[in-house]
Design a protein around this ligand. Structure first.
Ligand SMILES: *Cc1c(COP(=O)(O)O)cnc(C)c1O
Length: 366
């Protein structure tokens, strides 16, 4: 990733842009043109033709000259129904979980407040902490299976007193779930806000929503990005009213546009179609994992999400990744992300034909 060097003579940039921003690297998406794209946990499936037709038909009634409903009232009601959100809890919607993380951090920013997460994890936790000028504390997960290192977590909580702790459940890029007992132990150990990121909820089939009854310093965050709607950008946050009322003040009033509000509501009317696609992907995940595991010298990590993390032979990660790319397959190479991920690649489950192409390319790339 090439970082842009600030021209030393450009005084305005040097004086006006925050120093940490000048040093930061821009988010980078690799070019995917012509490749089988298995790098970003997108669903490979679109809607069947009859649904697309109906959607286009109904789209004609959407008014573009008016601002969207600032509260996304109908959309939230629909989300509440489809995802069984308990009536006593508040909801907030935003442009993906990314925007939710940004809003939460903005609300907690100041007086030296820090953000904590267990690493390796979703890179936006650290990036958005940095964007809003907060210190980020990463606590390593256990090397063997990416489970929480509880003694380290508790020690870091006591030492740093983070304002927010983000935990992805299941975690990205490892794909595993933490245990409920561990999460309860963390909730008991701190007054910090703990945000459980359940972006892969549809694939894991489990949730920490039930803990809301007993703990008020808990927020559940979910996204529709991984179940076929990445292009719409929609995430939702669930929590107790007293937290949500504060955090919601930082959300820009018309953040979710009319096309997204309308289209997500439409899609949720056909959630059974989405669930069929999810089931297919879950079955294919098992099949792909079994087939990678058959190959010599590869370690496959169990996944509850729509991707699989695997490790190839020592020192061979980059080579395998570039060979795969030459064969037309785009994966996420995590070799550089952290020492815990040496020689690790992450593959998103695609359509059956894409999975076959990936496995055959992998077999000949080792
Ligand atoms: C993909 C992913 C997200 C999704 O972010 P959106 O902004 O909703 O697309 C959030 N958290 C984790 C852990 C992810 O892997």
């Amino acid at each position: 990733m090439a970082s842009v060097i600030v021209d030393k003579k450009d005084e305005k940039i040097i004086h006006l842009i925050r120093p940490d921003v000048q040093k930061a690297q821009a988010y980078h998406e690799p070019p995917a043109r012509g490749l089988i794209k298995l790098d970003a946990m997108e669903s490979p499936y679109t809607w069947p033709a009859y649904l697309r037709g109906e959607w286009l038909e109904e789209l004609q009634g959407v008014t573009l000259n008016r601002y969207p409903d600032p509260q996304s009232t109908e959309l939230k009601a629909r989300l509440r129904q489809v995802f069984d959100i308990p009536a006593g809890l508040e909801m907030m919607v935003a442009n993906g979980s990314d925007e939710l993380i940004q809003i939460i951090n903005l609300a907690m920013n100041g007086s030296g407040n820090k953000i904590m997460a267990a690493e390796p994890t979703f890179s936006m936790f650290q990036m958005i902490a940095t964007y809003v000028g907060m210190e980020f504390v990463g606590v390593p997960l256990r090397e063997k299976d990416f489970s929480l290192n509880m003694p380290l977590m508790l020690k870091a909580i006591a030492e740093h007193k983070p304002a927010v702790i983000y935990l992805a459940y299941p975690n990205n890029p490892s794909g595993n779930l933490f245990t409920e007992e561990e999460i309860v132990q963390l909730l008991e150990a701190t007054n910090s806000l703990i945000v459980i990121d359940e972006s892969y909820h549809a694939y894991s089939g489990v949730s920490m929503m039930g803990l809301m009854e007993r703990y008020d310093n808990l927020l559940i965050m979910r996204s529709l990005s991984k179940i076929g709607l990445a292009g719409l950008r929609l995430g939702y946050l669930v929590g107790h009213a007293k937290w949500m009322a504060q955090i919601d003040k930082l959300r820009l009033p018309f953040n979710v546009n009319v096309l997204t509000q309308f289209t997500v509501e439409f899609a949720l009317n056909y959630y059974d179609v989405i669930l069929e696609q999810v089931d297919q992907i879950r079955r294919d995940r098992t099949w792909v994992a079994e087939n990678i595991r058959r190959l010599k010298g590869i370690e496959v990590f169990p996944s509850e999400a729509n991707f699989i993390l695997f490790r190839v032979g020592e020192g061979r990660g980059d080579r395998v990744d570039s060979r795969l790319r030459n064969k037309g397959i785009l994966l996420k190479n995590l070799n550089y992300n952290s020492p815990q991920l040496h020689d690790c690649l992450r593959v998103t489950i695609g359509k059956p034909s894409e999975n076959v192409a990936f496995l055959s390319a992998l077999t000949s790339s080792l």
